[in-house]
Design a protein around this ligand. Structure first.
Ligand SMILES: [Cu+2]
Length: 145
């Protein structure tokens, strides 16, 4: 092999090695099922609620499975309360959001009087958002005195 072909091959081999290492450290990203949709069934956007109220989760086009359970096309709900940013992609979600890792489809919240926002995001068995993330519309509510 001529010298001028050996160097590019070495460079290519080293680049592949680094790409492989980077890949190994990345957590697996679960693809979102086609057409998957998550929504807050209740309360509705603009509703006024008591300080203790129930939030009902909805899901279309995918299934609910507890955290840790590896079934294709599933995930569990996560609720963002008064958050302006979505959790970062590609890594397990922390807290916030609230995790519903047993596969719960509703929860009871107690919030201070005033305006609050609610938003759901699905996470996979490792609490990592799907790709693309399955996220609900933001619901803005008023908690009465
Ligand atoms: Cu979770």
């Amino acid at each position: 092999m001529r010298r001028n072909t050996v160097l590019p091959l070495c460079v290519a081999a080293i680049m592949c090695l680094f790409a492989g290492l980077a890949q190994a450290q990345d957590l697996p990203i679960t693809p979102a099922p086609e057409g998957a949709k998550v929504m807050i069934v209740s309360p509705k956007d603009g509703d006024t609620v008591s300080s203790e109220f129930v939030v009902v989760f909805g899901l279309e086009g995918m299934g609910v499975a507890p955290a840790g359970i590896d079934v294709a096309g599933t995930g569990h709900h996560h609720l963002l309360v008064d958050q302006t940013e979505l959790p970062p992609q590609g890594k397990p979600m922390g807290n916030p959001p609230l995790h519903f890792g047993k596969g719960q489809t509703q929860t009871t919240l107690t919030l201070e009087p005033g305006t609050h926002t609610l938003q759901l995001i699905m996470g996979d068995k490792l609490h990592i958002p799907h790709n693309p993330p399955v996220v609900s519309e933001v619901v803005t509510i008023t908690v009465k005195n």
